[in-house]
Write a protein that binds this ligand. Sequence first.
Ligand code: NAD
Length: 414
Amino acid sequence: METIRLGSVGAGFVANFHAVALKSVRGVELAGVTAPVGAEELSASSKANGLGDCTVYPSVAELCKHCDAVAVFAPNFARIEIVEEIVEAVKAGAQLKGLICEKPLGRTIADAKRLVALAKEANLPTAYFENQIFMKSIKNALMQLAPAQKAMGPIALARSAEEHAGPHEPWFWDPTQQGGGVLSDMACHSIAVSWYVLTPVGKPANFLEPVAVTAETSLLKWGEAKYRKDLLERMGVDYSKTPAEDFCTGMVTFRNPDTGQLVKGQFTNSWMYDKQGLRLFMDGLGPGYAFEVNTLKSPLEIFIGDVAAEAVADAETALEKATASRGLLAVQPNEADLYGYVDENVDMREAFLAGKDAYLNWEYGLEITKLVQAAYLAAERRQTLDLTDPGIQKELDSYTSLIAQGKGAEVLFR
Ligand SMILES: NC(=O)c1ccc[n+]([C@@H]2O[C@H](COP(=O)([O-])OP(=O)(O)OC[C@H]3O[C@@H](n4cnc5c(N)ncnc54)[C@H](O)[C@@H]3O)[C@@H](O)[C@H]2O)c1
């Protein structure tokens, strides 16, 4: 079997999640890593799990010389500089088959456009890693409902949510580093999922045209004095000065270019979901049929009483972002597969070996960035934005949200 040698730029949370996923993927070897923090640990676990030698390299340039595909699993603020280094390495002779970037592609539309241009400059196929579209539950729902969709008409309303109690690293909380709050961090997933499930069976991922966006951003928990103090102490981020939204909701309206039908994707995301841990919730409603996914429902149920709880070292062994280690716990035995990481890596491998873009490429990532940024602008203006208006599109091209500029108080405290 032909193997792709994968190189990881970054060795934090998501790089380790992908490493778990790779245990279930044939023909991908974790060949190397470069990262200021965590590289040795990722290398050791990769070797222990038979995923590959995962050599630690001192630079992006060195990594590129020893792998076939490079994955940018580093923080959002480091994307452009890293991809510039990759492009330089390719120009210097590195033989790459493809470039991967985790969500969100850019912190702004200008950032995302720059990344698309860099990949073109290197003439490399790309993969935009949006795992939730690859969730087996979503794929199966659409497959099961395909005949009903053909007979009755497409899904007309999709609702999608990703929620947890808050990110694990300070840079996520700092809107000037991350590019915003939960809208930038997690609505990018939910908007993509809705766009995907609303798309008529057999049509490409960008078939439906986004025509309007409305959104609200709020600071519901982490702006309160008690929690603001906690955040400052734990993460060093001061939400009295540079707040980001911990809740967002909104709606994207899409138009079917063949029929003119308008369909709606509603998103809701929060960093104040103080329940068992990460919850992905999606549903889709078509005429006469529907589906629903809730990742907190598991066939496995665990109970740990107070006395036994002393023995549980890490709540996150049960579930990503789990906040409790006792009581009735939601436990997912294979989160990497459940959330779609396995299948997105399979898709990437097949595409890159065939010399093609993955199912979702960086141009698609740019479209998602546009929708996220349009949602910020809609929330700032308290207006529904008409995305077919060339004036709005032009404005968005150079737009940085007030929240991402560190001026979130103007939006969130009004
Ligand atoms: N698909 C998902 O659901 C999902 C989940 C988590 C994170 N992510 C995305 O993955 C990316 C990384 O997030 P994370 O949670 O792993 O972050 P993290 O902070 O846990 O890890 C970041 C890693 O990148 C390294 N790094 C930092 N600056 C770097 C630089 N300039 N060059 C090279 N490496 C650098 C760090 O040392 C660390 O190893 C983010 O873009 C995030 O949005 C996606």
